[in-house]
Design a protein around this ligand. Sequence first.
Ligand SMILES: [Zn+2]
Ligand SMILES: [Zn+2]
Length: 138
Amino acid sequence: MRKVIRRKSTQREIVLEAVRSDAHMTAREIFDEVSRISSMSFGTVYRNLQVLEVQGEIARVDSDANATRYERKKQLHWHLYCRKCGGVFDFPESSSVSFDQDAEARSGFLIEERVVMYRGLCVQCRGTLDDQDHEDME
Ligand SMILES: [Zn+2]
Ligand SMILES: [Zn+2]
C-alpha cells in the first residue's frame, strides 16, 4: 500500500500520515518513516506527535518503560503487551460498567476513562517459550 503525500502537506500532516493505523509505532519508527520523504529532525517529529496527540488524532500507548508508542485514534480498545517480543496487540474493549461504578463509588473519583494494558506472552512467544526456556533464563 503506497501512501500519496501531497506536495503541500504540512509537517503535521506528514507525521500523521506516517502513523500507521494497524500498528503501534515508537517515535523512532515514525521518524524513520517520515525520513523517507522529509528532512524533518527527530525533535520536530516528536513535537508534532505531541500536538497530534493533544488534537486527538493519535493516541499514546504506554506499553513498556523503554518506549512510548503511538497509534491512530480509533474505536476504544485495550492492549496486550508481550514481554518477550515487545509486540503490542489490540483487544476489543469489553464492558465492565459495574467495575467502573464500583471504583467511582469507592474512590469518589469522577472516572472519565479506563486504560487497560495486559502484559504477558503473545501466542507465538507462548508457543516457543518451552523450547527456549534455558536461553531466556540467563
Ligand atoms: Zn511475543
Ligand atoms: Zn491499539
